[in-house]
Design a protein around this ligand. Structure first.
Ligand code: SF4
Length: 103
């Protein structure tokens, strides 16, 4: 018969996830440098694969999960900054109605 070990005396299975020990705001920060730091810390986490799978399944609305940044349920490379979105084409490429034809 094995001895009953109370949970508080059970040996730890590994280091605690960084998101529970480090500055927790990094995982939900608006600053790109903070987000990249959180993503890097996730790469060393033993729970990363499961964390990412769960976040994908839940379609997390925001934050870094499993080393990926989520915005409105999808993984994105980086969060868009505040303000008006960039135009698709530079102004010089937009034809002007009053300009003579090129060539
Ligand atoms: S992988 Fe998940 S559990 Fe691990 S540090 Fe990143 S957010 Fe936290």
């Amino acid at each position: 018969m094995s001895p009953i070990v109370p949970l508080q005396f059970a040996p730890p299975r590994g280091p605690a996830p960084a998101c529970t020990t480090a500055e927790g705001d990094l995982w939900f920060s608006d600053r790109p440098a903070d987000v990249e730091t959180a993503k890097a810390l996730c790469q060393q986490c033993r729970l990363r694969a499961g964390c990412l799978a769960g976040a994908l399944q839940r379609r997390e609305a925001a934050g870094v999960w499993g080393g990926q940044l989520f915005v409105e349920g999808v993984v994105v490379a980086r969060k868009r900054g505040p303000g008006r979105p960039r135009k698709e084409r530079p102004l010089a490429a937009v034809p002007c109605a009053g300009a003579p034809p090129a060539g």
